[in-house]
Design a protein around this ligand. Sequence first.
Ligand code: GLA
Length: 692
Amino acid sequence: MSVIIQESQKVFLLQTKSNSYAFGIDDQGLVRHLYWGNRIDAVEDFEMPVLTEVSTNDPVFEITREEFPVYGSLRYKEHCLKVTFADSTREVVYDYVNYEVNKQEHYDELIINLKDRHYDLLIQLHYKVYESYDLMERFVVLQNSSGETIEVEKLHSGQFHIPYTGMNFTNVHGHWGAEQQRFVQKISYGKIVIENRRGISSHNHNPYFIIDRDATETSGDVYFGALRMSGNFSGVVEQTQYGETLVQMGLNSHDFKLDLKSGESFTSPAIICGYSSNGFGQMSHNLHSFANDFILRKGLRPVLYNSWEATGFEVTCTEQMKLARKAKEIGAELFVVDDGWFAERHGIDNGLGDWYVNEHKFPNGLEELVSEVKSLGLMFGIWVEPEMVNPKAKLYAEHPDWIYHFDTRESDTSRGQYVLDLTKDEVKQYIYNMLDNLLSDYDIDYIKWDANRPISQTNTQRDIWYRHIEAVYDIVKELKKKHPNVLFEACASGGGRIDYGILGIFDDFWTSDNTDAYDRLFIQDTYSYIYPIKAMRAWVTDCPNFLSNRIIPMKFRYHSAMMGTLGIGCNILKFTEEETALSKEMIEQYKEIREIVQEGDIYRLENSSSNDYFIYEYKKGEEGLIFVFLPQGKIGHSSVTVRLRGLSENTDYILKLEDREIKKSGGFLMNHGFDVCLTGDYASTVIKFKNA
Ligand code: GLA
């Protein structure tokens, strides 16, 4: 039983395997937070503290730990909800109505119903408890039965109270080609705000919070939450004057207003949240298992070849067919034609919006390439950027009003393109039809859906920052009903759309346009904190790398990409015999280990040496892998002691090192460890192990 209710005290205790989350309703009807942390079974021990103000300048509402603070009364703290009623009243005053418990196969859901005292606005606080995953999902539903429109100006999906100060906040910073750069910041007084205002991208920050008390991979308190949305989000972290740390996350109120008409309801994006007393590793495992079991499509992901870095916009059928044959030879399973196959697409300034096959590039139609790919036994994938239109495109000439624009202003181009207004039904329908036709006309298994610019000049509606991405979700959900086997990759100039909103609707993330194998180690490490490995596309590309100009041996490039879902983006027609042979060997090896990589637990292992080793363990069932990288040896003594994690103390394991096999107990491997010595620049190895 994961929802325990103590009726007399009106206390709700949400129990997961190791954790408890408690709140209650006080005698004034306020929903007050009581506890979040290690599991406590004695529900009767929770009591509602009596509230007294600190002073007239520290009013009761400021001190009260509220689950869902609303705007109004003597509240000056961050609120989760602010509305304006039809008569201009700008304050919510709610009463507690009742609760509901809804038992499902995989979770129990508690719903707290609150109602405004004067207006017919229902506020439902939802808590879905996934007991065995040590996770919850929180979201809010607003329902307007007032007879008049209610303007929602701010809606965060929930407030969290962390009962400590002096904590650390982790998120990412970055930009195109440099996504997922982790930063850790000490939380002190004042507020930390992370947000996205661009409508489509989150290269800069990501919609999650990780708050820890000097935790490590294996120890310490970690509180975390990830928002299930890709549009404009905001998150606020604040250490209060009253000895705790607050976190909120939800829709960004920047340039936002939602008109909730009478009879309508609105569901906020959910926050998947949890607590780990065993450091960051446990946090990642809980989130990854949840994503694998409930969010991601089942099955292993194919090894992909993508022609973008090889051909750019200069796509020709003949060359694509040659690439497909070579891709097959080295062991790829899916062939993806990237940008440049359609309309007058010879560079960034034309073609988007005109989704017909370019006759010069494909004189016998696209079918010629598709049949060749299929006859090779490969899956076929294709790139699209459906939300966009170039000013030169026919689509724009026919429908100049289909883009986001203000009538009296010139619309901005970015990468030579405008953004289509997906909140218009006819635009949404056009995109759906275009993709439905493409998927119906050709035997397509994979769509790479790109979005290469932020939104601007957003028309009069201030909810587009949210509704645009909802339209993208709707289109893909509809397409999947009709074409259930097609996999969708979410790309936005690389990793601009990595979040739990799009995950599950889409199946793969294009992690970054930065394909440098060394840079990727950092990107992938940070990605793995929150997001599942199965959705992390990683390509091996040519050297010198187009972005970093670095030359890295092919083996290291493969090993780095084999930590995710492997793809190849090289000009494989230029491969030497050795490169072909090595590629075949590596792809073969990847197929043997991919189940462990894509579905196992990842452990970011400690580097105990003074050299810059990167060490990762993946483990599924009785088998495991250890990736060891040494980008550059900098001191004479270059071995590292690798200590594994997640093994059984008393089970024996066999490890296949490059030159020998060793058999050791789990206890030995986790505590004493074993030495690996790599030498030279960009050295790497993969060590397999299994139960003896
Ligand atoms: C974006 C993507 C790339 C590629 C190009 C094509 O930059 O991130 O992978 O598809 O667009 O124009």
